[in-house]
Design a protein around this ligand. Structure first.
Ligand code: ADP
Ligand code: MG
Length: 678
């Protein structure tokens, strides 16, 4: 099986250079990859309808006997029509094909065929144009439907997969040890591959799927365990002394119990001899930054360098600002390194990190740049980790000699699941909000009530508060600047002639964004009209109203993040969701927002309503993307796979007796897997 991954897709019968290119586009460069190119759905041809009863214009399957040899008629040059007349015993149907000279040989008089397509025509004369068809004697299939690209129809993929299956050697070594297959009742690899592509029945397809899901999750877990072991190698960054108490005294408030606990857990990691790999999970506003800052402070005081990586320039700039305020009295200077920092300053920062003169740096992806080197990097913090991949978080760590690693996430997921997904991390949970927070009131309104909502905003602006309005119709990156600007202009003219309105969208230069954010944070802007770029992390406690236009367009977790921008100070905050959506799903989604502000419950509901696929898109967790497993639906299999992986690693840490699995781990994790295995 493994060797089939070395067989170029061109070795498959019927795949020439042109089609090979299309297959590569689908991420299928080899025969092996084609076998692992699982169908995205299945067509069940078993629901056969009588011709007379079939609904017109909808795809259906009929079974009919061919009455006579197909007729052939040239209607104009370059166009030949083939007609096949068939009957199901009650009604007749005329099936039409064009320019396919093989048709006369594909049908035999007196034989039954299955036809799948759209029926048209009158009561007496049913027709089907260019349907898919199969001889009925071949059995009634559950047919695979593949992800396609233009120029590569499903039928062609089916043929190629059939040819690839024929290449499987008689004896294939199953990567899953027999003992495990027996324990969990999993079918063999050959059967799984055959049945996932061309199932005999729905049940056998499900069995094949369960086995392949197990295999994929086993490989994922093995990879994560390996990563965790690697990071357990000796750390040179042992912190001798815990300075977190000293840091807490710099704060204008007392830390919550949860913050103190998380800091203590992380400190005990960093004072031991192995590098920390820890995830801090906490709902929006739970104060993760304080935890990170306490740890960076301790690292710096112990003579190490600390680096904090944020997903956006706005967030990085804001972290520097708030941390600088705290740490200036302690004599610690924080450097900022982002793409838009002026070149001269950038050079100074890079130089300072190399010589060790700078001990604390906050930045974006720019920190990952090749030129950036550290003298003695002791701690790496990644904020809003779901915006980064596993690879990126370790890329920053690789700039030091096994530094400690802390990742912070506001994507709330149940602890048991988090443990499995973040197999390579220990977890601290901030399950408590800072005191004095008032719950945010949430209203769902339709656009007719917008004037009243604007009146409400007006009142609060007069009282000195600030508001966010998340603009309709704009998706980040699409750069629909005009509509943000038009929308803002209308607000200015029609609704808020006296308010100071600022604009923020993805297409602005980072420096412009920073300037706007800065004015908003310092109270020079009353209303910030923005796209979802403010979604993560931004903290302006005086902003108390979040109005979201077209709220139905966003996922619950995203709405929760957006709403988390308010309710950060002592004043009562309000979230207004504007939506004219009529469909039930959207209405119930918005209703969840109205009923609860608990991120964990919202994540749960999000799953129930949207399905796991969306929630666990690679974007959310940064893991390698999986082909078949879906972690929520397959949580039982995930548990089994995790247990198996743990056993295997305990016995055979290098996977020397499980070469085939090792190869799969490398494939799934790409270059990272290689590193982890060395
Ligand atoms: P998040 O967990 O969403 O990243 P932040 O770290 O941005 O949250 O903190 C949210 C706000 O709460 C900030 O304004 C911060 O100063 C404040 N904060 C954090 N911890 C406390 C605390 N223990 N008491 C009072 N306010 C706090
Ligand atoms: Mg944050």
């Amino acid at each position: 099986m493994a060797s089939l991954f070395e067989k170029d897709i061109m070795t498959i019968k019927g795949v020439g250079a042109k089609r090979a290119e299309l297959f590569r586009k689908l991420g299928v460069p080899s025969a092996g990859a084609l076998l692992r190119f699982y169908p995205r759905a299945y067509e069940d041809w078993s629901k056969i309808v009588p011709i007379a009863a079939a609904p017109l214009g909808e795809i259906c399957t009929i079974r009919a006997m061919v009455l006579r040899k197909p007729s052939e008629q040239r209607i104009r040059s370059g166009m030949t029509v083939y007609k096949v007349t068939a009957t199901d015993g009650v009604s007749d149907v005329t099936v039409t094909f064009f320019n396919n000279r093989f048709i006369p040989n594909l049908f035999q008089e007196g034989k039954d065929y299955l036809f799948r397509g759209k029926l048209t025509g009158g009561l007496l004369r049913r027709e089907m144009s260019v349907p898919e068809f199969l001889p009925a004697e071949a059995g009634i299939p559950v047919r695979p439907v593949y992800r396609l690209t233009e120029g590569l129809p499903n039928k062609m993929v089916i043929n190629a997969v059939t040819a690839a299956l024929a290449l499987l050697p008689e004896q294939i070594r199953d990567p899953i040890p027999e003992e495990l297959r027996e324990r969990y009742g999993l079918c063999g690899l050959r059967e799984a591959l055959e049945q996932i592509h061309f199932p005999d029945s729905v049940e056998s397809m499900q069995e094949a799927k369960r086995r392949l899901v197990f295999e994929e999750l086993l490989v994922l877990q093995l990879g994560l365990f390996r990563l965790k072991q690697r990071t357990r190698e000796g750390s040179k960054a042992v912190l001798q002394k815990d300075y977190s108490e000293e840091f807490f005294r710099l704060l204008p408030f007392s830390p919550t119990k949860a913050q103190v606990r998380a800091v203590r857990e992380a400190m005990s990691d960093m004072q031991g001899g192995t590098p920390m790999s820890r995830l801090v999970q906490g709902d929006v506003g739970s104060g993760k930054t304080v935890v990170a800052a306490a740890l960076c402070y301790s690292a710096v005081k112990n003579g190490f360098q600390a680096a904090l990586m944020a997903p956006t320039e706005i967030l990085a700039a804001q972290h520097v600002q708030s941390l600088q305020k705290l740490l200036t009295p302690a004599g610690i200077r924080i450097a900022l390194l982002t793409g838009s920092v002026p070149a001269a300053q950038k050079r100074m920062v890079v130089e300072g990190l190399k010589t060790g003169e700078i001990s604390f740096v906050v930045g974006t992806h720019a920190l990952l740049n090749e030129g950036v080197e550290f003298l003695r990097l002791g701690l790496v913090v990644t904020d809003e980790q779901h915006r980064f991949g596993v690879a990126q978080r370790s890329a920053l760590a690789e700039k030091g000699d096994h530094p400690h690693m802390l990742v912070m996430s506001a994507t709330p997921i149940p602890r048991t699941l988090a443990l499995m997904i973040y197999g390579d991390l220990d977890i601290s949970v901030l399950d408590e909000l800072p005191p004095g927070r008032q719950p945010i009131d949430t209203y769902v309104i339709d656009s007719e009530k917008r004037p009243r909502a604007f009146g409400f905003l007006q009142k609060h602006i007069r009282a000195g508060r600030q508001c966010y309005i998340i603009c309709p119709l704009i998706e980040e990156g699409q750069g629909d600047m005009a509509s943000v600007e038009t929308y803002a202009a209308e607000l200015r003219e029609k609704w808020f002639p006296h308010a100071r309105i600022g604009l923020l969208h993805g297409k602005m230069k980072a420096r412009e964004k920073d300037a706007v954010m800065e004015s908003f944070a310092s109270g020079k802007i009353d209303i910030l009209v923005s796209t979802t770029v403010v979604e993560v992390g931004v903290d302006v406690p005086n902003a108390t109203i979040m109005l979201i236009e077209n709220a139905e367009r966003y996922g619950l977790s995203q709405l929760h993040q957006l709403r988390g921008r308010v309710g950060r100070g002592k004043e009562k905050s309000t979230c207004i969701l504007v939506s004219d959506a009529q469909n039930e799903e959207a209405i119930s989604r918005l209703d969840v927002m109205r009923r609860t502000t608990d991120g964990f419950r919202i994540a749960d509901e999000d799953l129930k309503l949207r399905g796991p696929g969306d929630f666990f898109g690679a974007k959310q967790h940064g893991l390698p993307s999986l082909k078949i497993a879906d972690m929520w639906a397959d949580v039982e299999v995930l548990r089994q796979a995790q247990e198996s992986a743990r056993e295997m690693i305990a016995e055979d840490a290098l996977l020397e007796n499980h070469r085939a699995l090792l190869a799969e781990v490398r494939q799934l994790f790409g270059r990272m897997g290689e590193d982890a295995m060395n």
